[in-house]
Design a protein around this ligand. Structure first.
Ligand code: HEC
Length: 203
């Protein structure tokens, strides 16, 4: 009996220890939910957690950008050609500020979740149309008047998409690769408000 009791105590302790280990490992792997951009020591933007809980501003499918748009790299052209869904989110604090002031505050973060456009599913119930298929990437736009990477351009652009899922941090692109086109063609302070109904025409 005593021996059984000891075994039971041992088993419970073991389950508790392994359980704690999982909790610690899991919480370390999860990026922090934050509305303020966080950076690595090298000035790379850390992948924020909880993006899907931010304010959803719009979804565009298969937008392609004109080839004469400035500084279009081959990779950009490819990205633009794929008929993916671009689901765009903004941090709630920046959204509330935007509604009141019609400008984007310092530390605004916008996230573009990229999904393949799919039209086939196993039950074959769909006749026409397309839905959000595989998640294939995440790009971010961040406004920061004091960027830790030393650049004086407030808006910085990042791509977290990697071959094996999202990268834990990303380096800002050169202005010519991303910022220029946003600055020249987006309708309000680098953001494509013209394509996001929730910002363009708030209800
Ligand atoms: C030739 C023009 C052009 C270039 C260059 C460009 N973008 Fe954009 N970007 C757009 C357009 C148009 C949208 C509107 C939303 C969409 O594509 O669905 C957009 C939207 C975005 C958004 C959503 C938030 C926002 O600002 O409206 C992010 C994030 C983004 N782009 C990241 C990037 C990154 C990273 C690069 C550089 C690698 C880049 N963009 C280069 C045209 C451009």
């Amino acid at each position: 009996m005593r021996r059984f009791y000891n075994l039971k105590t041992f088993a419970i302790a073991l389950v508790a220890i392994v359980g704690c280990g999982f909790v610690v490992a899991f919480s370390q792997a999860q990026p922090a939910d934050t509305e303020e951009p966080q950076y690595t020591a090298a000035g790379e933007l850390r992948l924020p957690g909880g993006i899907d809980k931010w304010i959803f501003v719009g979804s565009n499918r298969g937008l392609s950008y004109k080839p004469d748009a400035p500084a279009m790299t081959a990779a950009e052209m490819r990205r633009a050609d794929a008929p993916n869904f671009h689901n765009v989110y903004i941090t709630p604090r920046a959204y509330n500020y935007f509604l009141a002031n019609k400008t984007f505050p310092d530390k605004t973060m916008l996230a573009m979740q990229v999904y393949e456009s799919a039209d086939k599913e196993p039950k074959q119930v769909l006749a026409t149309g397309s839905f959000n298929g595989e998640h294939v990437g995440l790009e971010m736009a961040v406004k920061n008047m004091n960027r830790p990477d030393g650049s004086k351009t407030p808006w910085a652009y990042y791509n977290f998409s990697g071959a094996n899922g999202l990268k834990p941090s990303a380096k800002a692109f050169e202005d010519g690769q991303c910022e220029n086109c946003h600055k020249i063609h987006a309708s309000l302070d680098h953001v494509w408000v013209q394509f996001y109904p929730v910002l363009r025409d708030p209800k």
